[in-house]
Design a protein around this ligand. Structure first.
Ligand SMILES: NC(=O)c1ccc[n+]([C@@H]2O[C@H](COP(=O)([O-])OP(=O)(O)OC[C@H]3O[C@@H](n4cnc5c(N)ncnc54)[C@H](OP(=O)(O)O)[C@@H]3O)[C@@H](O)[C@H]2O)c1
Length: 346
């Protein structure tokens, strides 16, 4: 490792590591920037230089030591992230220098990655950055979770929270394309206006408004058939009484809880939840998108590229310049300061 950044070789990387585990919201002390020299790629590996680093809510989970669906990031390690990167050196037969790939390259400027875990950025006429958003993991999450769990039908009402983000926006637009009524929940008037004016949602409700539950009920006069759970907390509380018989709740994320290391405070509402599940014959099903990769990835790539290409599904990116701004951008993601898929342009 070297502190000297004046003579950068292609194998130099500036990287952001987990300095300490956060308790509650991450702070500047959670992160540390380092400079390092990467090893030469071995057989089967690629040296890649990153163009975009994807910042996603799941990374908060990796910062904590608690049990989850994936192992925590060890303190001192580079934080994990998908990247759109250029191949600089290839020791894998499927990739050549100059090619753009999606890799698991982390919060840094360059990395050595296994070629077996990289995939070419598809040539579909769309910006390469979309391979991290609407045509990547978040878009796939929306597509597969709806196909497998939400199964929204024409005439039904779907409510989705974090609706202005890459998962929620795609869920709402796919529901509209299926002939359903889409109601978005988002933070603030600007995001709510965007949902209706730009994305064609039927209604949008600001979860920060004082009379949020009443506004949500008014926006769902026929009740709710699918509640796409992205946030948990008071949004879930407001939706539950509105659920119709045989309603479905794909549990995709609980972002309002990710910083709650001490556990959520307040009264025990589990008995009320279970009563509603029983009375309305609800299906609540959690999922991690990787579960559906083998079954849906190829169809997703084809269909979503067509839907984005013909304007049925629109997307928005929130691009922050410079790796050094990644910590603040990530802290903001968990507070709703992003508007659209959050990306770091390296
Ligand atoms: N299960 C899976 O495989 C999978 C895969 C990808 C993503 N996810 C989950 O899907 C959800 C959305 O992900 P994304 O990438 O599309 O993120 P995103 O919407 O770009 O960012 C998260 C958003 O959550 C909202 N939020 C934050 N704190 C909140 C709170 N206390 N109450 C209500 N809303 C709050 C904010 O939007 P507002 O300003 O609108 O409040 C923020 O912009 C996350 O929960 C994520 O973990 C799951």
């Amino acid at each position: 490792m070297t502190e000297n950044t004046t003579h950068r070789t292609p194998r130099h990387t500036t990287r952001i590591v987990l300095a300490e585990r956060p308790y509650g919201a991450p702070t500047a002390a959670t992160f540390r920037t380092e400079d390092a020299e990467l090893p030469a790629p071995a057989d089967g590996e690629l040296l890649v230089g990153h163009r975009y680093v994807s910042l996603d809510p799941y990374m908060r989970g990796r910062m904590s030591a608690g049990k989850s669906y994936a192992a925590p990031t060890p303190v001192g390690d580079v934080l994990p992230a998908e990247t759109v990167s250029e191949v600089l050196e290839s020791r894998h037969p499927d990739f050549a220098p100059g090619q753009l790939v999606v890799a698991y390259g982390g919060w840094q400027s360059a990395a050595v990655v296994p070629g077996a875990h990289a995939r070419a950025v598809p040539e579909n006429g769309l910006p390469a950055s979309t391979a991290l958003g609407v045509l990547g993991m978040p878009g796939f999450t929306a597509y597969a979770g709806l196909a497998e769990i939400g199964r929204v039908r024409a005439g039904e009402t779907l409510v989705v929270a974090a609706a202005a983000g890459p998962v929620g926006a795609t869920v709402g637009q796919l529901a509209r394309a299926a002939g359903a009524r889409a109601v978005g929940v988002a933070g603030g008037p600007e995001k709510c206006a965007y949902l209706i004016d730009e994305l064609g949602f039927d209604a949008a409700v600001d979860h920060r408004s004082r009379d949020f539950a009443a506004r949500l009920a008014a926006a769902c006069p026929d009740g709710v058939d699918v509640y796409w759970e992205n946030v948990g907390g008071r949004v879930l509380e407001a939706v539950l009484p509105l659920m119709n018989l045989y309603g479905r709740l794909p549990v995709c994320g609980l972002v309002s809880q990710y910083n709650a290391d001490g556990g959520a405070e307040g009264p025990d509402r589990l008995p009320g939840l279970m009563r509603t599940v029983l009375n309305r014959s609800l299906t609540i099903r959690g999922f991690i998108q990787t579960e559906f990769r083998a079954r849906h990835w190829d169809a997703f790539q084809r269909e979503m590229a067509a839907l984005v290409g013909d304007g049925t599904v629109k997307f928005r990116e929130d691009v922050v310049d410079g790796l050094g701004n990644a910590p603040q951008a990530f802290i903001g993601l968990l507070e709703g300061r992003n508007h659209g898929k959050l990306l770091i342009r390296v």
